[in-house]
Design a protein around this ligand. Structure first.
Ligand code: PLP
Length: 403
């Protein structure tokens, strides 16, 4: 955050990282209240309505299991409920997040197969189809993929993946990590034929980190009955088919997160989820237009070249050597804007200074986004980095058309 020496960073700092995202005032205010009864009353009603609205946002006729936890918790929730030690599953990698999820599966004793598409493109459905076709014994129990990979900022074509599974006539369960993309990018669980979807509270859902969400379709239960990795805490059955309210959380509920998420869902319902997706599309294109302009006179490029493969929730921007790291530092200290660090897609290195990320997920409007882009421009100026001109004009033009 801004340092005491900073002359300019005196207003509210802006978080432009890809999660946690900005928490709206309304959500903050809704959480400022005394501790509620956890056995009856408002909290019970709120939780039921949260589940129902999450299903609406997800386009799902399934059921919702809630956990106190972050995104990693949702990974473990799904793995433990669906699989037994030694089960073979297929992970699709389009960056680091899928790899980390697969790593958890491997540690749990699941037989992980992987298809790695690298960190600069999305899943190749034809390749997936041929791998599934060659699994004639149907040993692969599930296909697991991220929607948006938050490190590479790619966004997979989920319909194409479904089509590949169908074309191979393969019965594998289709499991999607939608943690970065939920309520930012178009998604419809039923129409896409997704069997299980995971998300968490702190990205498109605009609520503090602490709630992991798993939405399951009918076929999940065939797997759940047989899974030998399921433990009492993760068991989705006891959380969904509850005897008393605290069973929803296998203990004390995350009381204030529930008030926060209720308010956030009110905001999404008022906006209309399709409008939320449209807003994110405009914000994303404004970022890309700025990067394109910078790239005309310098070494700046979106990590994902093909616009159709890009996420609407986050953009990874490659910069000249070292500039990404310097820019983040400068933007925090001098301007109060927190850009996202860039996770290095190559194995072995955690973070790269030759890139940065802009999170454009959740609670975001033109002044917040243009403010961020303006601060990046000012930062590049202060660092004396050569680049193309007109980035802010280009971003403003996208915003102007997007209204
Ligand atoms: C953020 C994120 C996660 C991890 O969430 P945590 O809350 O940090 O555990 C997993 N997958 C994707 C795609 C994400 O964006």
């Amino acid at each position: 955050m801004s340092t005491p020496e900073s002359i300019l960073a005196k207003g509210r700092d802006h978080l432009a990282m890809p999660g946690p995202s900005v928490i709206p005032e309304r959500v903050l205010r809704s959480m400022h209240r005394p501790a509620p009864n956890i056995y009856a009353g408002e909290l019970v009603d709120i939780t039921a309505s949260i589940k129902s609205d999450l299903k609406k946002v997800a386009g799902s006729s399934g059921e919702v299991a809630l956990y106190i936890g972050n995104g990693h918790a949702s990974w473990e929730a799904c793995l433990s409920n669906m699989f037994s030690r030694g089960d073979k599953v297929l992970f699709l990698f389009t960056g680091r997040f899928g790899m980390a999820w697969a790593g958890a599966a491997r540690e749990m004793g699941i037989d992980v197969q992987e298809l790695d598409f690298g960190a600069q493109r999305t899943v190749d459905a034809a390749e997936l189809e041929s791998v599934l076709k060659s699994d004639t014994e149907h040993e692969i129990k599930a296909v697991l993929t991220v929607h948006t990979d938050t490190a590479s900022s790619s966004s997979n074509d989920l319909a194409a993946i479904r089509q590949a599974i169908d074309a191979a006539k393969h019965p594998a369960l289709y499991v999607v990590d939608s943690i970065a993309s939920f309520a930012c990018e178009a998604f419809h669980m039923d129409k896409l034929g997704v069997d299980v979807v995971l998300t968490a509270s702190q990205k498109g859902l605009m609520t503090p980190p602490g709630l992991a969400i798993m939405i399951v379709g009918e076929r999940f239960w065939e797997y759940q009955k047989k899974a030998d990795l399921v433990t009492p805490y993760w068991n989705a059955h006891t959380r969904i088919y509850t005897e008393m309210f605290p069973d929803n959380f296998n203990g004390t509920p995350p009381t204030h997160h529930l008030y926060g998420l209720r308010e956030a869902l009110d905001m999404l319902v008022e906006e209309g989820i399709e409008n939320t997706w449209k807003r994110h599309s405009v914000m994303a294109r404004a970022v890309w237009a700025a990067v394109h302009a910078w790239g005309k006179g310098g070494d700046f490029v979106c990590n994902i070249e093909d616009e159709k493969m890009r996420s609407q929730a986050v953009t990874m921007i490659r910069t000249p050597t070292g500039v990404g790291g310097q820019l983040q530092q400068l933007c925090i200290e001098r301007f109060g804007v927190v850009l996202g660090v860039a996770l290095d897609p190559s194995p072995g290195r955690a973070i790269t200074d030759d890139a940065f990320r802009i999170g454009h997920m959740g609670h975001l409007n033109p002044p917040m986004l243009l403010g961020t882009l303006g601060c990046v421009e000012a930062g590049l100026n202060a660092l004396n980095v050569s680049r193309g001109s007109g980035a802010l004009d280009a971003a403003a033009a996208v915003i102007a058309q997007g209204g």
